[in-house]
Unconditional design. Sequence first.
Length: 74
Amino acid sequence: MKISIRVKPNSKENQVVEKGPDQLLVKVKAPPQENKANQEVIKTLAEYFHVPKSRISIVAGFRSKQKVLELEDG
């Protein structure tokens, strides 16, 4: 399953906010440097969807605030 998200780095807490149908805002504490925010996004979404981190991967928008992630079924 592919999901589109918007990332807000340097937030006060890690949080997933539903902004409407098929729209997620992922807030992370990590800065957008050295892949830190991307790793924090994967960790936060894994907790949100109750799946292992290994099942989530970024497929588009690696260096952008708009990202597409692949959530593997299992």
